[in-house]
Design a protein around this ligand. Sequence first.
Ligand code: KG4
Ligand code: ZN
Length: 321
Amino acid sequence: MIFGLETSCDETAAAVITRGGEILANVIASQADLHAPFGGVVPEVAARRHLELVAPVVRQALGEAKVTVDDLELVAVTRGPGLIGALLVGLSAAKAFAWGLGLPLAPVDHLHGHVASLFLAPEPLDPPFLCLLATGGHTMLLDVHAHDRYTVLGRTLDDAAGEAFDKGARVLGLGYPGGPELDRVARDGDAHAFSFPVARVPGLDFSFSGVKTALLYAVKELAADEVDRVRADLAASYQRAVVQALVERVHEAGEGTGLDRVALVGGVAANSELRRALPEASVVPLALCTDNAAMIASASRWVAPLQPPDYLDLDAYASVA
Ligand code: KG4
Ligand code: ZN
């Protein structure tokens, strides 16, 4: 059995999976409420909270999986990219946990983890396939040719898609975290009430900074009570523009590569409009779209593990490797 730990942003997460990809426990302690008053994740606050949560979350995962530490054969942990202080808490905890048990440690890239959410039971997706990875920090189109290998076909030149949802939600006065809230509010709106264009950049890259500015100007032109009245329309129209940009690129990449299977991963894959617009795409359950440790444990199955004590000087990294 594999034990996974993930602390790259504001979720403290631990999981136990089998070698075959069956999830025995997938515990996620969200810090969202803690960061809500600030309208975004405060890195130092996140790191301190991870420190408080990591031991209880590890214990809870073992309890829910009904296993003891003697059943574990490998510890997997997110090494980056993410918030460096947050990552260091998880990495240090994982080193101590593995070292204390005499177990090997597998350092996992967070983005590889999101892709590997697709490799979990009961319906694992086998490469090759086209993958849209859209989170709060990254937006990429990937040609996934093996379980441990992908080529980046396109990426965002500015904001990530999740960031575009979060910033749009903030402009609309919706709560934090904004993406799920904007998704919810948009359900009651008319997606054609406003026209928000999305920049078309060359190749298969994305750009979301313009659409965010367009929303800001649209809101500024309206009186406050008017914004209240059309908030759902604004949300739906904005969501349509962002989703359309993602979907167009997925179709173009599909034609360009000849890959006929598409998958969506990352927090934005939870978006109901995106799922509706790409009905043919493979998606994982919502709890596996946003940050979790089951996906990290899943990815570790294709990572060469380090033996004790070789991992003790391993460092985290904040940016894409
Ligand atoms: O993968 P994730 O949990 O964390 C990162 O690695 O960034 O993604 C979080 C992002 C946030 O920007 C959040 O607003 C967005 O995913 N998100 C959504 C939805 N659920 C989460 N965006 C749009 N619609 C949703 N339903
Ligand atoms: Zn993530």
